[in-house]
Design a protein around this ligand. Sequence first.
Ligand SMILES: [Fe+2]
Ligand SMILES: [Fe+2]
Length: 487
Amino acid sequence: MTDKQIRILLVEPHAQIAESVSAALDSTELTVIHVNCAREALELIEKDVFDVVICEYHLPEMSYIDLRNKIAAIDPGLPVIITTALIDSQLVSQASSERIDSILLKPYSIKDLKARISKVISNKQNVADSLRLKTYMFLHEDLLQLSESDTISDLLEKFNSILKDEVQADEIHVFEIDSEKNVRNLLGREIDKQDFIPLIDEMFKSQIGTKRPFFLTQERLLEMGCMSYSLVLGLLEKLETNSIILILMGYKNSIKNLDLIKEDFGILANFFLNIYKNLRYSELLEKAYTELLESLASTIEEKDRYTGLHSSEVEKIALSIAEKIGLTDEEKEILRKASMLHDIGKIGIPDEILNKPGKLTDTEYEKIKEHPIIGYRILSRSRTLQDVAKIVLHHHEWYGGRGYPFGLVGEEIPLLARILCLSDAFHALTSDRPYRPAFPVDKALEIVKSETPEKFDPELVALLEEIINEGRLQINYDQEMSSEQID
Ligand SMILES: [Fe+2]
Ligand SMILES: [Fe+2]
C-alpha cells in the first residue's frame, strides 16, 4: 500500500457483507464509502475521487458491463474489482476483455481483498507513471529547444509549434500589455483587446506571480462574449518594466486530461516566460550598449578634432556602395554600425598623439595603428556586435596587402571592411586638412583611382565612380583635420 490514504468505493447490495468488509478495511490507510446500487455509485464517482471500486457483479438495475463502461467514461483510469459468488458463462466470456480488472470469489478473506487492492492500485500507478514519463521525456526535449532560442522571434516561433504539438491547442496568443493597457501582439492573430482586458483585470489580482495557469470554462467564455472556444488556458506574469505578459491557449472542442494539459502548459509557459524575460533584458542591454558605444564614438571624434560628421558621412558613402552591390539588410546594418564605430579604438590612443598638429613620429604612428585592434576588443564584448567588431578590425587593411593590422591581401579582407576602408579614405580626401584644403569630388576620385589596387578594391572603386557620375552622392565637407588618414 502507499503512504497516501486509499479511497475505496464499495458497491454491494448485501448490507451484511458491506458492513463486515467496511469494518475490516476502514483504517488510517483505507477509507471505504459504501453504496447499494450502480446509480449511486456513478453519482459518487462523478463528484468524488476514488482509487478503486469493489463491485458486486450481479447488480439488480444495471448490467456490470454497462456500469463498467459508464465508470470508464467518467474516470478512465479507475480500476474495478468484481466480487461474485457465482461465475456464469457471461462472466467467463467477459473475463478476457479489458473491462475486467480483477475478480474475487465470494466468500473472500480480507487478506485476499487487501492483496487485490494493492495489486490493482499499483498497476494503475504503473500505467500512469509510464505515460507521465513519456510526456516528461518529450517535455524535456521541448524545454531544451526553447532554451536554445537566440532571439525573441525565434523563441515565439518554437513556443507556438511546441504548444500545438504537445497540448494540441487550436490557437495560441502571447500579448504584452503596458501599464496604460496598450496591447502588443507578440504571437497569434490580432484580436480585439476589449475581449481580454476585463479578463486581465479579473485575473491580475488572483493569479499574478503565482506561476499557476488559470482556465476559463465555456460558461465563463460565453459570459465574456467569446463564442470561439470551449476552453481557454492562460498564464499571466509581470515584467520588470511594469508590463504584463499574457499567454492564452484556446481549445475549440472539449478536451480530455485537463489536469495533464494544465500541468504541461504550466511547465512550458513558465519556462517560456523565463527565457522571454532573459532575452528581452539582454536585448535591451545590447541596445543600450550599442547606443553607449555610438555616443562614445562621437565623443572620440570630437577629441580627434573631427566634427561629428565624419562617421555619418562615411556611413552614407558605404551604404550607397552597399546598395549598388545589392547587400542584404543584415549586411547593411553591420556596415552601418561599423561605419559609426570604426574609430572607437582611438579611445586607447593618448590625446597628445591624436591631437598632434605636426607630422607623427614612427613610434606615434605605430601607436595610432593599434586602434583597429583596440576597437575590436571593445566591440567584441557585445554579443550582438561580433560581426561589426570583425569589420572594424580590418578597416585599415589595404587591397595590395600593405595595410594594418594584419597585412591581409585582396579578398582575404572581408568585403564590408573593403567598403569601409574606401568610404573612410574618400571622405578624408574630401575634408580639409591642416596641410591642404579638401579635394573636390572629382580630384578625390582621381587620387583614389591612382591608389588602386594598392589600397582599394578596383571593383568597389568602379562602383563608387558610377555612384558619383549618377549624381547620387552628396558629400558634406568637414572643416577640421584628423590623424585618421595618415599614410
Ligand atoms: Fe581608423
Ligand atoms: Fe575614419
